[in-house]
Design a protein around this ligand. Structure first.
Ligand SMILES: Cc1cc2nc3c(=O)[nH]c(=O)nc-3n(C[C@H](O)[C@H](O)[C@H](O)COP(=O)(O)OP(=O)(O)OC[C@H]3O[C@@H](n4cnc5c(N)ncnc54)[C@H](O)[C@@H]3O)c2cc1C
Length: 337
């Protein structure tokens, strides 16, 4: 089934809640729907809009927004060790995590409460609390808008990295993800070594799946604003990865600056963009209807009535202040249209 909307208000389809119009929004279920839509609409400009939690519209969208509405979930393999589950693009991410925890399946529990559609999860390889979607993904199935065929990519072929994948590089503007397959373990494999997860889990009685999920949901709801109350897209900026020598030089004057190892790259380290913004004096900063969140400096918020342009002006100001204070460039994680 497919549905086409013309001149549609998309304020309730983006988590910043900015009021923009889209010339055309096409909802689809299958690859056949997409073939028909591409033949009929012949879009010269298009974008896939999932649940809109990582997209900032700075103007009306004049092309076609494609939104998946297929959200089924099927177990395609089950052994004593693991299962492989296939979830379609419109499946809500946290519903998948909740289901895995209920079924006693390990692998994505640390990614609890990330607002996402399943189809968007591989795009930036969503991650939190020491886990990433890539740790569980086995296959991503997408519609190739050049060949009009369905293609299956293995985990390796997706070129996953920190907030990166082939879908943000070579396949950007070409692939529309239809479904993702995940391998989840029946054996306990708690991953508690990040932030205050371990103490929260211990306070709940130990490392069960349910306790880990509850702990992470509690930590996140304390730190992050709910987009339904205060428009935002989570972390607005990526954590910058810099040469180890640059970080060591900064640590002379800022010995408490957090640095994280980059897997497979001894020469570089990851800095915490939120710490840099905080230390640049911007936590809780407000400029009219936009601001830096008072509890998490990585999050830019819409206090009500902001446009995408207002958010971007603030983003540029934040980047400039971080550059002035630390000489470090930070860049948006959010997709800006
Ligand atoms: C409060 C809050 C907290 C957050 N916390 C985290 C966090 O801890 N970790 C983290 O990694 N992210 C986090 N985010 C960001 C967000 O959750 C992720 O980026 C998520 O994957 C966005 O999903 P979406 O469906 O809403 O994506 P959208 O905004 O709709 O799309 C995001 C990107 O994916 C593309 N896309 C979407 N669906 C498809 C598809 N089917 N095929 C091809 N491309 C597609 C879009 O074109 C766009 O490039 C947070 C966001 C919010 C609002």
């Amino acid at each position: 089934m497919k549905r086409i909307y013309s001149n549609i208000n998309i304020a309730d389809r983006n988590s910043f809640g900015v009021k923009q119009q889209a010339a055309t929004l096409a909802e689809f279920e299958t690859a056949d729907d997409l073939r028909d839509l591409f033949m009929t609409l012949k879009p010269t400009e298009w974008y896939v809009l999932g649940a809109g939690n990582n997209t900032l519209f700075t103007q009306d969208y004049h092309g076609v927004l494609f939104t998946p509405i297929c959200g089924n979930r099927t177990i395609i393999e089950s052994t004593d060790d693991h299962i492989i589950v296939r979830a379609e693009a419109a499946h809500d991410w946290d519903t998948l995590v909740g289901w895995s925890v209920q079924e006693g399946l390990w692998g994505i529990e640390n990614l609890s409460a990330i607002p996402s559609s399943v189809g968007a999860a591989p795009v930036q390889n969503i991650g939190a609390y020491g886990a990433e979607a890539k740790d569980a993904i086995t296959v991503v199935e997408y519609f190739d808008t050049q060949s009009m065929e369905v293609v299956r990519l293995s985990n390796k072929e997706c070129h996953f990295a920190y907030r990166e994948s082939i879908f943000k590089q070579e396949l950007k503007g070409r692939a529309i993800i239809l479904a993702v397959e995940f391998k989840l373990s029946r054996h306990a494999q708690p991953n508690l070594g990040y932030g205050d997860v371990i103490s929260e889990v211990e306070a709940r009685g130990g490392a069960t799946l349910r306790n880990i999920r509850e702990a992470i949901c509690a930590i996140r709801s304390r730190k992050l604003p709910d987009p339904k109350v205060l428009g935002n897209a989570g972390s607005f900026f990526k954590n910058p990865i810099v040469d180890r020598t640059v970080a060591e030089a900064l640590r002379v004057n800022h010995p408490d600056m957090p640095c994280y190892e980059v897997a497979g790259d001894q020469s570089r380290v990851k800095l915490a963009a939120g710490w840099l913004i905080d230390r640049a004096g911007l936590k809780g900063y407000r400029d009219g209807c936009v601001g830096v969140h008072e509890r998490q400096a990585l999050v830019l918020v819409n206090h009500g009535g902001a446009t995408g342009g207002d958010v971007m002006r603030l983003a540029h100001f934040v980047c400039m202040r971080v550059k002035e204070n630390f000489g470090i460039d930070i860049s948006p994680e959010v997709n800006v249209l």
